[in-house]
Design a protein around this ligand. Structure first.
Ligand SMILES: Cc1cc2nc3c(=O)[nH]c(=O)nc-3n(C[C@H](O)[C@H](O)[C@H](O)COP(=O)(O)O)c2cc1C
Length: 151
């Protein structure tokens, strides 16, 4: 059984719907999952060290991270994520040229602090439909598979 933490930032609920689908899959597969919200919970980057897997969900705001993820992102300087698998996902809007740029920002940062990025960045157009929810489950399954190979 792996220990996984999942955090999400969601302004209008679409990224949260993705997090619900991913979280349900992980718990259904028998793993321990702790969920936090960038909006409502205090997130200390040091607590990431207690987990094998880290999932970060975020929408994108004006080509970059939303403000509620900025402090967390800055504080990543203080941790070494060697041996940790990190996956990123979020709702995006193809109206904007920088589609899901927040995910790119986070994904680029992880290897610089020793973490291993899970290959697929899961981007969903606005509110997830049934097919997108299936993709969320596949994303969760792939993440768990890669995590099992790292343990
Ligand atoms: C002012 C503003 C700026 C935005 N900028 C971007 C952007 O640069 N890239 C992008 O993909 N989406 C952008 N979006 C779209 C949101 O990321 C999108 O609506 C997303 O579905 C919100 O997810 P949530 O429901 O989890 O909050 C922007 C939305 C607003 C209102």
């Amino acid at each position: 059984m792996a220990k996984i933490i999942m955090m999400d930032a969601s302004m209008t609920g679409s990224t949260e719907m993705m997090a619900d689908a991913i979280g349900d899959y992980i718990k259904g597969a028998g793993h321990e999952l702790v969920r936090k919200s960038f909006d409502f919970d205090a997130i200390d980057v040091q607590e990431l060290l207690d987990y094998d897997g880290i999932l970060i969900g975020s929408y994108t705001w004006d080509d970059d991270l939303p403000y509620e993820v900025e402090d967390f992102y800055e504080e990543l300087d203080e941790v070494d994520l060697t041996g940790k698998l990190v996956g990123v996902f979020g709702s995006c809007d193809s109206f904007y040229d920088s589609y899901g740029a927040a995910l790119e920002t986070i994904a680029a940062r992880i290897p610089t602090i020793g973490g291993t990025m899970y290959g697929e960045k899961l981007k969903v157009e606005l509110e997830p439909n049934d097919e997108d929810i299936e993709h969320c489950k596949q994303f969760a399954a792939g993440f768990l598979e890669q995590l099992s190979k790292m343990e």
